[in-house]
Design a protein around this ligand. Structure first.
Ligand code: SF4
Length: 386
């Protein structure tokens, strides 16, 4: 069986003001030094966890068809640490031919030395967290990188032969208007990346932005304006030859993220590292997000699980709907029937008709798709299937 693997590196040089991911700042100040010292023991534990899953999967003829090293900021590891991590994964697991290996990087933490390590270890896809081409917007977000970092890193990566690069871009930022956004879109297309991922800024609990919001010092972004920005992105990127294949993702033909498609097509993947999630043998699981608890369990030879849940038939059907609808190709009604031995209309007929009448869902002879409005408020649509 071919599956994916996600590896989480929960460290960043500094925390962005909007971030709610599992990540610890390892910047240079004395109080952050405590975290800097945690990278090495964390990496040792991660290597042990790779071994735990190697034993668990023994005899099951499992091959990895995609590997995604995300974070956090994987590129805040040193070149040597990146080498050890990728080498450990390669020597412990069987890679299928043509495996997609993606490493996320922050343009402020990656140069020729680390890129050379990634290349040597088989990384064939880079994902760079650009977020904005406007220096003022980068500062507002608390990003540690500058605009020259973006251009330098991108140029070096291209020179070194990286032929599949994703760039992340955010919209709905404080003070951003439609013209600012159009300018960002033009600048990202000028670089000609193979893949573009868009994210709308959300004010998440526990973040510095949330504290500002609670104190009345920051407003939520106007949702109509954010929708126009989303529409503008779809129209412009499509015109520029990008295939809009998932709610927030655009790719040159054939360059869709194979790893992310595996999530949306409900396939199995290992989740390794603190706070990582995985899906194996009909069980979804999430690892401990606390570094201490994660390391204690792994060092005792145990899976570092915070929670796991068996995915029974009714939840599996719901997941097929809301993961499949993320993709523009939508949910194949015939495949649903073949897989679950249930007609999709018998299971969800009322919900489907209701969503169609609200203009959020569209039905063809073979598929169900979200409309553009449905794509924009997809999370609300998905709740209907739970
Ligand atoms: S780089 Fe990414 S993971 Fe790290 S703090 Fe910023 S948003 Fe969070």
């Amino acid at each position: 069986m071919k599956i994916g693997a996600y590896v989480h590196i929960p460290f960043c040089l500094a925390r962005c003001y909007y971030c709610s991911f599992t990540s610890y700042a390892v910047g240079a100040s004395a109080e952050q030094d405590i975290y800097q010292k945690q990278i090495e023991p964390y990496l040792n534990a991660l290597i042990k966890e790779v071994g735990i899953y190697k034993d668990l999967l023994k005899g099951k003829n499992i091959q990895l068809k995609s590997l995604y090293i995300g974070g956090g900021t994987p590129t805040c590891l040193s070149g040597g640490q990146l080498f050890i991590l990728l080498d450990t994964l390669r020597t412990n697991y069987t890679y299928s031919e043509g495996i997609e290996i993606t490493v996320e990087g922050n343009p402020g933490t990656i140069g020729p030395e680390k890129l050379a390590v990634l290349k040597e270890q088989g990384c064939n896809r880079l994902s760079l967290g650009v977020q904005s081409f406007n220096p003022k917007e980068l500062r507002v977000l608390g990003r540690i990188h500058s605009l020259p970092d973006v251009y330098n890193t991108y140029k070096i990566a291209r020179t070194m032969g990286f032929a599949n690069i994703n760039l992340d871009l955010m919209y709905g930022l404080p003070g951003q208007d439609l013209n600012d956004w159009k300018k960002n879109l033009r600048q990202i297309v000028d670089l000609q990346p193979e893949h573009i991922s868009l994210y709308q800024l959300n004010i998440e609990e526990g973040t510095p932005f949330y504290h500002l919001y609670q104190r009345g010092l920051m407003e939520k972004f106007d949702q109509d304006q954010a929708f126009y920005m989303y529409e503008e992105a779809i129209n412009y990127l499509t015109e520029q030859g990008y295939h809009h294949y998932e709610i927030s993702n655009f790719a040159r033909p054939g360059k869709e993220s194979r790893h992310n498609k595996l999530y949306w097509q409900d396939e199995y993947y290992l989740g390794l590292g603190a706070g990582a999630s995985g899906y194996l043998d009909n069980m979804r699981y999430t690892n401990m997000s606390s570094l201490k608890q994660y390391q204690e369990l792994v060092n005792r030879g145990e899976r570092p699980l915070e929670q796991q849940e068996k995915i029974g038939p009714s939840l599996a059907m719901a997941e097929t709907m809301f993961l499949g609808l993320r993709l523009l190709e939508g949910v194949d009604k015939r495949k649903f029937q073949q897989h679950f031995q249930v007609n999709i209309k018998d299971q969800y007929g009322e919900i489907i008709e209701n969503l169609k009448s609200q203009g959020l869902l569209r039905e063809t002879e073979t598929h169900l798709h979200l409309t553009r409005r449905g794509l924009y408020i997809a999370n609300e649509v998905f709740m209907e299937f739970l």
